[in-house]
Design a protein. Structure first.
Length: 261
């Protein structure tokens, strides 16, 4: 997989390419990563990449010519690729999209600055617009890094087998269970007993239930699009029975508890 990031601040990517999973993936040639400085394709003594908006108003717009040339140069590096613009107008990036991108041969990531890029570039040089979320940013660079990181860890061989197991189990649609490490007792707060039991089946069941309940309480929206496994359905039914039991106990305390107020 080849990533080419187009930006007027290529230095922002230097440490990103150098560390962690990305650094290792580049070193092991699972991915090829490069930046193109859009300014290298600008004309004149000042190499200006921005200009005032037609129609007036505040802020500047990225000029089309340097962008078009930079995209051309990127296509020479990654001839089989999709050209993605990081933009607040894009579809919000998610794990599904990361998975789709991970199957492609190349991604050219165009990072806007100022008020954005000339509309004619969006219309004729960009295949897809992607947003990392609904908030105001000063540029697309961090968005490009978010996409590159999420995609890279899905490329076969990039993660160790330990990490990849974690991937298949939930893959974006359930939250993680709580994690614990030593000491067993931290300032009086204890590690759940089941995790010390050595019973792997029990531990696995506990973790699935912990993930489900955390997702249900903190991010119920994630459950709406989920197809539950048989085991997950059993856990949900058990909760229903437990709640029914609580309600039954209430009704035994006499009339009035379940009616009116
Ligand atoms: C209007 C957010 C403008 C922003 C409405 C997510 C944001 C790139 C992203 C903006 C950007 C909202 C992103 C805004 C982004 C030109 C350069 C666009 C910076 C720019 C909600 C500024 N995901 N924002 N405009 O932030 O590039 O990828």
């Amino acid at each position: 997989m080849k990533f080419v990031a187009l930006t007027i601040f290529p230095e922002m990517f230097n440490s990103f390419w150098a560390y962690g999973i990305i650094g290792k993936a580049i070193a092991e040639k699972h991915i090829f990563a490069s930046t193109i400085n859009i300014r290298d394709f600008a004309e004149g003594r000042h190499k200006t990449t921005d200009d005032r908006p037609f129609g007036g108003g505040c802020g500047m717009v990225m000029k089309p010519e340097p962008l078009a040339k930079a995209i051309q140069a990127a296509k020479e590096i990654a001839p089989v690729s999709k050209t993605v613009l990081l933009s607040p107008q894009g579809r919000v990036f998610d794990q599904k999209t990361a998975g789709d991108f991970a199957e492609s041969e190349g991604l050219i990531l165009v990072c806007g600055r100022y008020e954005g890029i000339d509309e004619r570039i969006s219309n004729s040089f960009i295949d897809e617009e992607i947003s990392i979320g609904d908030y105001v940013l000063t540029g697309g660079e961090i968005g490009a890094m978010v996409v590159i990181e999420a995609v890279t860890r899905l490329i076969p061989g990039v993660l160790g087998s330990a990490d990849s197991a974690l991937q298949d189990s939930f893959s974006g649609s359930l939250l993680d269970f709580g994690h614990y490490t030593r000491p067993r007792d931290f300032e009086g707060s204890k590690v759940p007993d089941v995790l010390l039991s050595g019973n792997h089946k029990d531990i696995e069941n506990w973790r699935l239930e912990a993930s489900l309940i955390r997702t249900f309480l903190k991010r119920p929206d994630l459950l709406e699009s989920r197809t539950f496994s048989k085991q997950e359905i059993e856990i949900l039914k058990k909760w229903c029975r437990d709640i029914e039991k609580i309600i039954q106990t209430q009704s035994l305390r006499g009339p009035g508890t379940l009616s009116g107020n």
